[in-house]
Design a protein around this ligand. Structure first.
Ligand code: M6R
Length: 614
């Protein structure tokens, strides 16, 4: 849940580490820290403020050094504070570690193996440098100190020794005073190496490195790497391994705001592009192709989707889409619940699909592993190349939304829907003419999304000004638009801090009606489908209780205006495709409302982009 970076080369490390950290500050921002190593001395600087603040408070002349590590923190063990900020050091201040993940057995290590060490923080991480120190202490100190530069092997062994004591997950970078390299290792947390010219980089996420290099090596589960300025040595299970270097096509501009005030707004505006790119990945000349080895024999089989947060709502929408198009039963489970439930997988003819933008959500990865243990076929649907989900699942379907930096998921949700439309059609046995109709409409979705961005935004801005004054809002929808109401509510609450609840339109009368007053606006999704009349009936009931209603309705709907206070118009589509224009409108509504309220849109409080703890 934190971001980590490392540099070793011929340039000053400090500005490079600062720049790289800023790119991944979204991974956690409750404190940060940097270490720079300079000819036998290490300098550490920490802050509970932003990385900008940290930068402003270090004078570059104070620190020079060609090796550095950095960390931006999302607290799991120990409150956000300077003493808990990384890097953490051993007792002698010679070994420093930045860590992303959780060490589950740190307490027993402190009380057992390290019972005579003095700890300066409340973190789980601090045991790692102490453990490394203990092993290094077993080597002959004098010889070791004299030939430290040559002692990569000993340092690597000491890191391995330390890691063998740990239970939990980690991506770590270790710096040792006087050593001309860094050691990196991963278990259940992502870690990549950026390859440069007489310099190399390490980071938890690719965007951290794009300004420096696009030559990336994705470390695999259990890898440990010794990274020097002109060499990269990777080992797994005691033997050297070669990992492929990949060229990443995301430009640095892709990962930056591109002129928009916030990443979230930029990413909403990239929704049409995300649809085009995702379609392009699997659609050629009206044929849907998920790759040669991708076959789902739908006979007697069902699909089980596991996911969290926005990806869970996308999966719920996927259920409606795939059941409508392919007539294959789909069940959707929250990954965090599925992992501890008695869900019967034994003997079930089920394909398990994990839906996860980041591919790193701990609950979702656990669910994938559970499915694997039961011998189910597994598929990861993710946005992140080489992410952990792709390593666990039998097969990966990539959405091509590009890097999503805003904590609030937007374009990845739309890309997930596109994958479900493609899957629904791929698995369907519908007549050719119907198939072509669906495909044609799917291909029209980038324009439809663009029309919402171009035509509805001004109107949405007015409604956002109005909505921003309230503290409680309901979102209602039915059928395929129920998950859209749920996602609309999640988006609003997460970035504007307005209490928002998504509900099935027909369910309000079974309890929540008690909450309806003139101070609880309701956003009602009114798509012209077989649920329209019923939803309109619910809207009338809501109005009778005094709540203001804003409808999301199609351009040609002349009826709706009579019953609601305001309408946000979206282009006409067939019902099954209506989630696309509706969600673009609701993403904009959440963004504009949060902006009216002056909220920290890209970094909402208490949240982080990928939730790598259960
Ligand atoms: O990376 P994932 O799709 O697995 O992430 C799941 C959720 O943590 C994520 O969708 C979260 O709910 C978003 N912040 C919502 O905008």
């Amino acid at each position: 849940m934190c971001g980590i970076v490392g540099y070793v080369g011929e340039r000053e490390a400090l500005p490079i580490i600062l720049k790289s950290l800023k790119r991944i500050e979204y991974r956690g921002y409750d404190s940060c820290g940097i270490l720079v190593q300079d000819k036998g001395k290490i300098h550490v600087y920490k802050s509970v403020e932003s990385i900008d603040y940290l930068e402003a408070n270090i004078s570059e002349s104070e620190y020079d050094g060609k090796i550095g590590i950095g960390h931006t923190r999302w607290a799991t063990h120990g409150a956000p504070s300077k003493k808990n900020a990384h890097p953490h050091l051993d007792g002698k201040g010679e070994i420093a570690v930045v860590h992303n993940g959780i060490i589950e057995n740190y307490q027993s290590i402190k009380e057992g193996l390290l019972s005579n060490c003095v700890f300066k923080s409340e973190t789980d991480t601090e045991v790692i440098p102490h453990l490394i120190h203990q092993t290094l202490g077993k080597f002959d100190q004098q010889t070791f100190k004299k030939s430290l530069i040559k002692n990569a092997a000993q340092i690597k062994e000491a890191v391995k020794d330390a890691l063998s004591c740990l239970k939990g997950s980690y991506a770590i970078i270790v710096a040792v005073d006087g050593f001309d390299g860094l050691v990196a290792a991963r278990k259940e947390s992502p870690l990549v190496i950026g390859v440069g010219d007489r310099e190399n980089f390490i980071a938890s996420d690719v965007p951290a490195l794009l300004e420096q290099t696009n030559r990336i090596i994705f470390l695999d589960e259990g890898d440990i790497a010794v990274v020097k300025k002109d060499s990269i040595y990777i080992e797994n299970s005691g033997s050297e391994v070669k990992r492929e270097e990949r060229l990443i096509e995301w430009t640095i501009e892709d990962a930056e705001k591109g002129g928009y005030e916030h990443f979230m707004l930029k990413e909403i505006h990239e929704e049409p592009r995300a649809i085009i790119d995702t379609l392009r990945g699997y659609l050629a000349e009206d044929e849907i192709n998920f790759g040669v080895d991708f076959k789902i024999d739908t006979k007697g089989k069902s699909i089980l989707m596991v996911a969290c947060g926005t990806s869970y709502y996308a999966a719920l929408c996927g259920k409606y889409i795939i059941e409508h198009q392919a007539k294959v039963p789909v069940q959707v489970e929250l990954a965090s619940e599925f992992n501890y439930s008695d869900f019967v997988l034994d003997g079930m003819n089920v394909v398990v699909m994990a839906i996860t933008q980041s591919g790193e959500t701990a609950d979702t990865l656990m669910a994938l592993k559970k499915a694997e243990r039961y011998g189910c076929k597994t598929v990861a649907i993710t946005n992140v190349l080489g992410s952990s989900a792709t390593r666990i699942a039998d097969k990966t379907i990539y959405m091509s939304a590009g890097p999503e930096i805003g904590v609030a998921a937007t374009k990845s949700f739309v890309a997930q829907l596109v994958i479900f439309y493609l899957l629904g059609l791929f698995l369907s046995k519908m007549p050719a003419s119907e198939f072509v109709e669906h495909l044609d409409e799917l291909k029209r979705m980038p324009q439809v999304a663009q029309m919402v961005l171009d035509e509805a935004d001004v109107n949405i801005q007015n409604h956002a000004g109005y909505l921003s004054r309230y503290e409680h809002v309901f979102f209602v929808g039915r059928g395929v638009n129920l998950p859209i109401a749920l996602e609309g509510a999640l988006k609003l609450k997460e970035i504007s801090y307005i209490h928002a609840e998504g509900y099935a339109a027909g369910e309000l009368k079974h309890g929540p009606f008690a909450l309806l007053t003139e101070d609880t606006p309701v956003i009602a999704i009114l798509t012209s489908d077989n649920t329209y009349e019923k939803t309109l009936g619910n809207v009338k009931e809501i109005k009778a209780r005094g709540s203001p209603v804003i409808a999301i309705a199609e351009e040609d709907d002349e009826e709706v205006e009579k019953y609601v206070d305001a309408v946000i118009r979206v282009p006409v589509t067939s019902a099954i495709f209506s989630p696309i224009p509706n969600i673009v409108a609701l993403h904009l509504l959440a963004y504009r409302t949060a902006k009216e309220r002056g909220c920290e849109i890209d970094k909402p409080r208490n949240l982080a982009k990928s939730v790598t703890v259960e």
